[in-house]
Design a protein around this ligand. Structure first.
Ligand code: ATP
Ligand code: MG
Length: 450
């Protein structure tokens, strides 16, 4: 992509309405524009990152055996009246009346609709287990939308639902989700700690929230510092193995880690004092097992092998896809701007031409751009007639993890400069060598289907 042809409306001034760094940087980097309180347009750069995050979520969900599908954003209120949540959900639900006077709503979550799909189509234990998910816009009429996409009213969320014959099977689905979430966040360069949580309006006996530690987080969290030493890494896991999934859950949830909603001073006191931490965190996901709450309310039953009719055991599992952009930036930035982890960066590397219009420099940049594209990498080539300082500032602000700087002086010696956004370290090398190095760097960070 040539910057001269792209739409990247960066702001020089710090927008005064933004209270936290991720919101400021997303506005300054031209990623989003607010259209109404808590409702945003996703400008090209923001949209590109949103898609990368979404694709990682898809890949990891499908790897765990979960089936993608899509439900509408606007729903009839009937099912919600049937489950009792039409009244219980309160003011966060955006209620709409259509021209025939029918009660509609903009979906804040989709347990009712998926349960209706299930009960209309599944009647035998033979069709279980089943887990389906969608990535879809949600609306919650938050009383105080703030912090940009972190607490929007319209937001993008992955919501998945499992249907199982027994509690035991449903707990395997729960554990499987926990494992797949750990992998998902790690691929985005994030450490998200599973913490024992509270059921809230979805309800549930078992629930964990995933929190990214950040000073600007809305939740107060308490944990044993040993949890931050854990990492999922690149271990292989068989998602069908009850033992393996349970083992990972135990490994990641046995040490004390709770939000203020479930915090227990006495239990926390048992953690060795030097490892006790109080901090703030951003909730980037939550998993629930809620038994037969919705299947009882909506009559989602299957016949067992013995011919008995039983309510199915269910869980639901959410990832805050749009909130993740904010969380990643909170966790990865410096005074000059964003520092994207390789897994979610909108472009893999920036190409900065120090002397636009110089025939040799232009040709070298174009060759680099072509070579990267041929290797399946996405470069952003700053081909504007701008001062070098301005080009560097833009690249730093938008946070591409790697930058190739091309200038006549280096080219005389056959080299360009490859710079890491994170460390600021630069290395001179032949243009071909820079491309080879980028291919290596991104070998483990390919997101498909863009
Ligand atoms: P919160 O406690 O932050 O209001 P929640 O617990 O009500 O969130 P869930 O129902 O668990 O949210 O939704 C799944 C995920 O969707 C959350 O973990 C969060 O990452 C994301 N999410 C929820 N509300 C919002 C919002 N208003 N804006 C952006 N993302 C949100
Ligand atoms: Mg939650």
């Amino acid at each position: 992509m040539r910057l001269s042809r792209y739409f990247l409306p960066v702001l020089k001034e710090t927008p005064s309405e933004a209270q936290i760094v991720s919101h400021r940087l997303m506005l300054r980097a031209g990623m989003i524009k607010q259209s109404a309180a808590g409702i945003y347009s996703w400008l090209p750069l923001g949209f590109k990152v949103l898609r990368k995050i979404e694709n990682i979520v898809h890949e990891e969900q499908m790897r765990a055996g979960h089936i993608p599908m899509q439900m509408p954003t606007l729903q009839s209120a009937d099912l919600w009246k049937e489950s009792g949540r039409y009244d219980a959900y309160g003011e966060e639900m955006l209620r709409i009346t259509d021209r025939h006077g029918r009660d509609m709503l903009y979906t804040p979550t989709a347990e009712e609709l998926i349960t209706d799909i299930f009960r209309s189509n599944v009647s035998s234990y033979k069709d279980l287990p089943l887990t389906m998910y969608q990535i879809q816009w949600k609306f919650r009429d938050e009383i105080r939308p703030r912090f940009g996409v972190m607490r929007g009213r319209e937001f993008y969320m992955k919501d998945g639902y499992n249907f199982d014959l027994s509690k035991e099977d449903a707990l395997h689905a729960y554990n499987r989700h926990l494992v797949s979430y750990l992998r998902t966040y790690e691929r985005m360069g994030l450490q998200a700690i599973p913490m024992r949580a509270d059921g809230g309006p979805i309800g549930g006996d078992y629930t964990h929230e995933f929190l990214v530690l950040a000073e600007t987080g809305e939740s107060e969290v308490f944990y044993d510092s040993a949890v931050t030493d854990l990492s999922f890494g690149d271990r292989e896991i068989d998602y069908d193995s009850v033992e393996q999934c349970k083992g990972v859950l135990e490994e990641f949830t046995t040490k004390y880690a709770r939000t203020d909603e479930t915090h227990d001073e006495a239990l926390f006191g048992e953690v060795p004092e030097e490892r006790r931490r109080t901090a703030r965190g951003i909730e980037v996901g939550q998993i629930f097992y809620f038994g037969t709450k919705y299947s009882d309310a909506l009559g989602a039953q299957v016949q067992t092998a013995e011919g008995e009719k039983v309510s199915v055991h269910m869980g639901s599992h959410g990832i805050g896809v749009s909130r993740l952009l904010g969380a990643i930036i909170e966790a990865s930035h410096d005074d000059n701007g964003i520092i994207w982890p390789e897994g979610v960066t909108p472009f893999h590397a920036g190409i900065v031409n120090l002397k636009q219009g110089d025939a040799e420099a232009d040709a070298a940049c174009e060759a680099l751009e072509k070579a990267m594209e041929a290797a399946g990498l996405e470069p952003l080539y700053d081909d504007r007639k701008e001062r070098a300082g301005g080009k560097f500032a833009t690249m730093d602000l938008i946070g591409l993890p790697w930058r190739i700087t091309v200038g006549p002086r280096g080219l005389k010696n056959g080299v360009v400069e490859l710079t890491s956004r994170r460390t600021g370290e630069s290395e001179e090398m032949a243009p071909e060598a820079a491309v080879v190095k980028l291919i290596e760097i991104y070998a483990d960070h390919r997101v498909t289907g863009l």
